[in-house]
Design a protein around this ligand. Sequence first.
Ligand SMILES: [Fe+2]
Length: 285
Amino acid sequence: MEIKPIDGPFGCVVHGLDVGAGVDAETCRELHQALYDNRVLVIKDQVCDEAPYLAFGRQWGAPIPHVIDTSRMAGFPEMMEVGNTSPRAKDELKRNSAAFWHTDQSYDADPATSTMLYARKIPDVGGETRVIDMKAAYDDLDAGTKQRIEGMNAMHLYGATAGRDGEAPTAQLNENQAAEVPATPHALVRAHTVTGERALYGVAGTAIGIEGMGKEDGEALIAELKAHCVQDKYIYEHKYEIGDIAMWDTQMTLHSAKPIDAPSGPGTERLLWRISVRGKPAVYQ
Ligand SMILES: [Fe+2]
C-alpha cells in the first residue's frame, strides 16, 4: 500500500490496497491516521461487492441507516445509493439533495465521523464532490473572531438552510422522519473525537442559529463564518474515477455535491454507494 498527497490543497490518495480482500487492523490504523492528517482519502481501483465494502465501513465506526428510509439500499439498509440512476433520482430534489454545503448527520446529537462513497458509475462530465478543510479555515480566523465564537453552540435542523445562498434546495422530511431529528446543538468550534484537534463545525447546511442569540444575529454570524470557509483556498474538488472509494473526515470538513442532470445516454450515469459512520474506529475503542 502506498499513500501519497492528492492533487489539490489537501487530501491523500491510496494505491495498492484491495478493500474487497479485507483490511487488517494495522493497515486500517494507517488509513485512519492518513484520513485524520489529510481530511480526505481516496482509495483507487477498487472492485468490491456490497458485503465486503460494508465490512470495511464498519472498521471506521457504526454505519448509520439514513433518516430518509426510502433511500436505503435493498438488503443493505446502512448503505445508500447516491447519484442519478435510481427511480427515486428522477425527482430533481432527491437527485441533488446533497448539492449544498453541509456535513453528514450534523442534525443528529451523535453526528457522522466519516463518510465514504464508492464510485460504481461516473459520468464523463460533472458529478464531482467538493470538500472544505474546516481546520484550516478555523486556524486562519483572526484572534478576535476566535475569541468571539469560543464556547458558542449552533442549533442544527435537517434541511433547514438548503436553498440559501443560491444552493440547491433539498427534499424535506415527512412527519415521522422529522420527529426523529429535532433541532440539536453542536459547538461552533468542535474538538475531533479521536485527535482532539479543533475546527469550525457545520457552519452551513443545517445550522439555523446560535444558542442564546437572536435569530438575525445568529444567522448573520453563521453566514459570516460560512463565507470565510467557502473560499477556494480551503476547497478540494474530487473528480471520481470508477473504482474510487473517496472518504472524508466529517468532523473536520464540509462537503457539497455538484448538481447533475438525469441520465441521458452513455457516459451520463452516476452511481455511488454511500456509507456514513458514527463513533470511533474499532482500533481506538
Ligand atoms: Fe453529505
